[in-house]
Design a protein around this ligand. Structure first.
Ligand SMILES: NC(=O)c1ccc[n+]([C@@H]2O[C@H](COP(=O)([O-])OP(=O)(O)OC[C@H]3O[C@@H](n4cnc5c(N)ncnc54)[C@H](OP(=O)(O)O)[C@@H]3O)[C@@H](O)[C@H]2O)c1
Length: 252
């Protein structure tokens, strides 16, 4: 099966690392004009851009700290100004700021979880939605987590809950968007091999190994497992899928 996304204008948040980077590469390979969004990791974002650059590829870099409310509200407009429109928004940027029991978690980490993992996609989706309504449709793909299914472990409760809110957003926007041909879905990722866990305060490699043992298929997923589903949803093969939460988690 081949997928053609020629000249589709696609913004991918958090494309400077892990899953987002792989999504950017996969969609650019299929011909899309991708906005490689990054925050702190300019060097890696530039490397991804350099890797993609060729005569066919029209990717570009777009910066913004999505913990900042004005960035949450303006990033989509910035993308549209550069790309000339938006066909797909992939809400991928997220973080687990600390891995701690609820009463030990700092208030700041809880606020940041809600802000980056829910509030940012909320405003980004709302901005994209308005534009897509006027332009005849579009797609929004939210990257969620299998932790929503279980509620997450006690130490990761705040993260799971912020992603549960993202899934609620998925359902709400999909119901409202259907009449405008705006299709909205979530991908619930299981454990995927990226650097994410190495950035989490309080999360150990021991915990990572224990977590792997809980996956029925017995190993973590690859970034391409997620990117390939994003590609499918972006393509015309995904034109009858909306309001869905698609799990890619090795049986989790
Ligand atoms: N890896 C897993 O096991 C797993 C499992 C379930 C769900 N997920 C979900 O998959 C998505 C990608 O995860 P990943 O593993 O690829 O993580 P990752 O490697 O840590 O990448 C996170 C991305 O988010 C961006 N980001 C972080 N803070 C930001 C901020 N304040 N403003 C803007 N962007 C920010 C980062 O940009 P910079 O590096 O440029 O700062 C980076 O590009 C997330 O939504 C995550 O919740 C991952």
């Amino acid at each position: 099966m081949t997928f053609n996304l020629k000249n589709k204008k696609i913004l991918i948040t958090g494309a400077s690392s892990g899953i987002g980077a792989r999504i950017a590469e996969t969609l650019a390979d299929a011909g899309a004009i991708v906005g490689i969004h990054y925050n702190k990791n300019k060097t890696v974002a530039e490397q991804i851009f350099e890797k993609l650059k060729n005569d066919e590829c029209k990717a570009f870099l777009i910066h913004g700290d999505l913990l900042k409310i004005h960035v949450q509200k303006t990033l989509v407009d910035n993308f549209i100004n550069k790309a000339g429109g938006i066909d797909v928004l992939v809400n991928n940027a997220a973080a687990v700021f600390e891995y701690k029991d609820p009463l030990e978690l700092s208030d700041d980490s809880l606020d940041k979880s809600i802000s980056l993992n829910f509030k940012a996609p909320y405003y980004l989706s709302a901005s994209a939605f308005e534009h897509m309504k006027r332009s005849g449709g579009g797609k929004i793909i939210n990257i969620s987590t299998a932790a929503v299914k279980y509620g997450g472990s006690l130490k990761g409760l705040h993260y799971a809950a912020s992603k549960a809110a993202l899934e609620s957003l998925t359902r709400g926007f999909s119901r409202e968007g259907a009449r405008y041909n705006i299709l909205v879905n979530s991908i619930r990722c299981g454990l995927i091999e990226t650097d994410m866990r190495k950035k989490i305060k309080g999360y150990s490699e021991k915990r990572f190994k224990e977590r792997i043992k809980m996956i029925p298929l017995g190993h973590p997923g690859k970034t391409s497992d997620i990117a390939d589903m994003v590609l499918f949803l972006c393509s015309s093969s995904g034109n009858f899928i909306t309001g869905d939460i698609i799990t890619i988690a090795g049986g989790d």
